[in-house]
Design a protein around this ligand. Structure first.
Ligand SMILES: [Mg+2]
Length: 312
């Protein structure tokens, strides 16, 4: 039985390691990714050497959110928005998405966190689902608070129904996996029951069907999609985790082999897998060498203290 604290650490380190591994192939088509023809260990080792454990905006934003939670004694959207803006002003943007950039510019011009997010059909990117994991951890024992917090966090940048539901799906799954009392076969069913009617929901149901049919990751991800559209990213990430629940490496390998938005698909897959397996499920070398490993571990431990205290 994996300790809950180890799941919290596994979640954030799993996200960071997945992001770093996926970062070098962002934007490559699945065909181009597969051209390397390497077996899994060599393929992942090569990516690790290439990235040197350095992650991108996905982890930057998740760490900013985690820091704001720790500093504020809980989730406060105003403080989270302030942290995101601080990051933006630092200039260390690492592949920031367009919607996030525009909304942070709105914040910089004085908009409140409720009004800064882009409200448009095209604001359905994965920029909120990729960062929401710390809220899933924090609200593990209070799923209605999780619903409110994940929604409030999303609208800071993406005031879009699909983006919000993508965040809800990831936060919910992280919470259920962190708690550790879930029959894994029901994860997608429970997630679908929790979120609102949406394209995210419909695509998760397709992922579930592909899992039940035992369809290969290669075919399934081509069917679901692996672009920056949150509907594709969330369902593909769930598929990669659920099709290889006992192997962090296989889950992120499949996510990266799907091509396109490889860093974000691997980051969310890595967060789900790391939560389920605990940090020891992530190869030692990666979790030790990943950028800011000790800071990430400390943030996860502090959020663990907050999440379990509210349950007393
Ligand atoms: Mg990125």
């Amino acid at each position: 039985m994996v300790e809950i604290r180890d799941r919290f650490i596994g979640c954030l380190l799993g996200l960071a390691v997945g992001d770093a591994l996926g970062s070098r192939l962002e934007g490559y088509t699945p065909e181009a990714v597969k051209r390397s023809n390497l077996e899994m260990p060599e393929f992942l080792d090569g990516l690790w050497r290439w990235s040197r454990g350095r992650w991108t905006d996905d982890t930057k934003m998740a760490v900013a959110l985690a820091e704001s939670i720790v500093n504020s004694g809980g989730f406060n959207p105003k403080q989270a928005a302030k942290k995101y803006l601080e990051w933006y002003k630092s200039g260390d943007l690492r592949g920031i998405g367009n919607v996030t950039q525009q909304s942070l510019l709105n914040l910089q011009s004085g908009a409140s966190w409720k009004n800064s997010g882009i409200k448009a059909d095209w604001a359905a990117g994965n920029g909120t689902a990729m960062r929401v994991a710390p809220i899933g951890l924090l609200d593990m024992n209070n799923l209605e608070k999780l619903r409110r917090d994940a929604g409030d966090d999303a609208v800071i940048t993406h005031n879009n129904h699909e983006a919000i539901n993508g965040s809800l799906a990831v936060a919910f799954a992280v919470a259920r996996l962190a708690k550790g009392d879930l029959d894994l076969g029901y994860l997608i069913n429970e997630t679908v029951d929790f979120i609102e009617p949406s394209e995210v929901l419909l695509r998760l149901e397709i992922a579930q069907k592909l899992l039940e049919q035992g369809t290969s990751a290669e075919y399934s991800l081509a069917d679901i999609g692996t672009g920056g559209y949150v509907v594709e990213t969330v369902a593909s990430s769930f598929f990669c985790f659920m099709s290889s629940p006992d192997s962090y490496e296989t889950a992120v390998f499949n996510a990266i082999r799907g091509g396109n938005d490889t860093d974000t698909t691997a980051a969310i897959t890595g967060a789900l897998s790391g939560t389920y397996l605990g940090f020891e499920g992530i190869p030692l070398k990666w979790r030790e060498e990943v950028e800011d490993a000790s800071i990430i571990e400390e943030l996860a431990t502090l959020i663990y203290g907050m999440a379990t205290k509210t349950n007393d």
